[in-house]
Design a protein. Structure first.
Length: 403
């Protein structure tokens, strides 16, 4: 008995015995928490691996399973590259050579051999692209492929011809005019990577034909980043051959006869940076036959009649043209940049109507919507002409061609 007169109380007396599993009642939550942590770690690891793969340099040589699209031999003739892949095989040594020539790389323009000059990296990493120091990542080539592939498929279903014409840089055609110190640094380029990543796309590679033609007549000049009008004419021949292979049932792309090559002037694009004038001069084709006059309406709605074969300058875009007596009755929607000047006089002879619009692939703030443009103009042909140096500006995430 206790001092209070009541019976002693034994702790737990009269309390039901707890179920045997009670100590384990929180086990499912613990297991779930552990599994959640494991899943998170696996997810982080997988995402980190995906991010690393996306940031890795895209292939510079075709894989064993690579297949070529229609007309590959005609559209993509072989192009000799550098002696190796210095920026992949021994990047530290290549970077050291680059650093050793910091003075040569200090300005807006890099001086090459024989009076040649090239934009430095302030312009779309141009010089790094020229030697292969700036290559595309897997994510970047995938972005370009995923941008063009749905467009190509959609236009094909509509019976609309498509060609993607990548106008090469001067360094891709005249690599021997790079600075002597840079020659051992030459490797594959962004264009090489795009061609490998997109074997089925209708891409025209002009480089081999331009290099061959350059033996006899200049297709670029030492002091201008654009190909000459003669270079454009050589490229037109490349396009005609590629087009015949890809679209054998379509109206042929006509290559007009020429009586020779003329020179017009120096047109020094780098004069403001202190680069001296250098020959050879700007070359133009001398056409054997007179071309049809062209009615040109520019972006300000000014309409005039121009002599046949004259360029439609980029500054006049967006522009439309009408040509009575064109080589075909087809119409063409053309998305282009300033490298299209040298082709534009031939576009207006080939197609009875053209609509020429600047694509602005150097700025994705207002990308073209091809679906809307095709619905608006109902063209027979779509041509995308873009300068090689724009390839480092891969489409931003979520940006599409409208298809």
């Amino acid at each position: 008995m206790s001092g209070s007169g009541g019976g002693d109380i034994v702790h737990g007396a009269g309390v039901p015995t707890p179920p045997w599993w009670r100590p384990f009642r929180d086990a499912p939550l613990i297991v779930l928490a552990i599994l959640s942590v494991i899943a998170a770690v696996v997810g982080w690891t997988v995402q980190a691996n995906l991010d690393r793969a996306a940031a890795a340099v895209a292939p510079v040589t075709p894989g064993p399973s690579a297949t070529a699209g229609a007309g590959a031999d005609a559209c993509r003739p072989p192009v000799a590259g550098g002696a190796g892949e210095p920026w992949i095989d021994d990047a530290s040594a290549a970077e050291q050579t680059w650093a050793d020539h910091a003075d040569d790389l200090s300005g807006q323009v890099v001086l090459g051999q024989d009076g040649w000059a090239f934009y430095n990296d302030q312009v779309e990493e141009n010089f790094s692209q020229a030697v292969g120091r700036r290559l595309l990542t897997t994510a970047e080539v995938t972005a370009w492929h995923d941008y063009f592939a749905p467009l190509s498929a959609a236009l094909g279903e509509q019976g609309i011809e498509l060609t993607i014409q990548v106008t090469p840089s001067a360094a891709s055609v005249y690599p021997e005019q790079l600075p002597e110190w840079a020659m051992p640094l030459r490797g594959s380029t962004t264009l090489d990577q795009l061609l490998i990543a997109a074997p089925e796309l209708p891409i025209v590679d002009f480089r081999a034909d331009l290099r061959e033609a350059a033996v006899d007549n200049a297709v670029f000049t030492p002091v201008n980043s654009h190909w000459t009008d003669w270079g454009g004419y050589v490229g037109w021949q490349s396009y005609a051959r590629c087009h015949a292979a890809m679209y054998p049932d379509a109206p042929a792309v006509v290559v007009p006869a020429v009586d020779g090559v003329d020179s017009e002037g120096i047109f020094n694009e780098y004069a403001a940076f202190g680069v001296a004038d250098a020959a050879p001069e700007w070359t133009v084709p001398v056409f054997a036959d007179e071309m049809s006059p062209v009615q040109v309406t520019d972006g300000a709605s000014n309409t005039l009649t121009a002599d046949g074969g004259q360029p439609v300058d980029l500054s006049r875009l967006p522009a439309s043209t009408v040509t009575d007596g064109a080589w075909s009755d087809q119409s063409a929607l053309i998305l282009r940049d300033s490298m299209g000047n040298a082709l534009s006089g031939l576009w207006t002879q080939q197609y009875s109507k053209t609509w020429q619009i600047q694509h602005r692939y150097d700025d994705w703030s207002n990308p073209p919507n091809y679906r809307s443009l095709v619905e608006q103009y109902d063209p027979d042909v779509v041509i995308i002409q873009l300068a090689e140096r724009h390839l480092v500006n891969a489409p931003a995430p979520g940006v599409t061609a409208g298809y």
